[in-house]
Design a protein. Structure first.
Length: 104
């Protein structure tokens, strides 16, 4: 379980840093819609790619209870895709919100 937690943290930080490196105009100190949209798009792409890799490497399998979606003729779990898509943007939003409140 701890490996999964640290893996998710690394994915979130990697997506945040990757977005700022690929698009230097995107700032996350005072994020705007463009920054969030860019991060959501890159996170969605990364989530599909990471799920494909995990399935290919047989790191995990989906049970019958896991809702799946088909992307480019490959099934991926819906909840992992949603988690990796929205977690980075939500993390940045909450960090900025709490930082702003603590400085007030």
């Amino acid at each position: 379980m701890w490996a999964a937690i640290f893996g998710d943290i690394l994915i979130v930080l990697g997506l945040w840093k990757g977005t700022t490196l690929l698009f230097p105009s995107v700032q996350f100190k005072s994020p705007r819609r463009k920054g969030y949209l860019t991060l959501l798009i890159l996170s969605f792409i990364a989530s599909i790619f990471l799920e494909w890799i995990a399935i290919y490497l047989d790191l995990w399998q989906y049970t019958a209870a896991m809702p799946v979606v088909t992307m480019f003729n490959h099934e991926v779990g819906l909840s992992p895709v949603l988690q990796i898509t929205f977690l980075p943007a939500l993390s940045i939003y909450l960090a900025n919100r709490f930082h702003t409140q603590s400085n007030s």
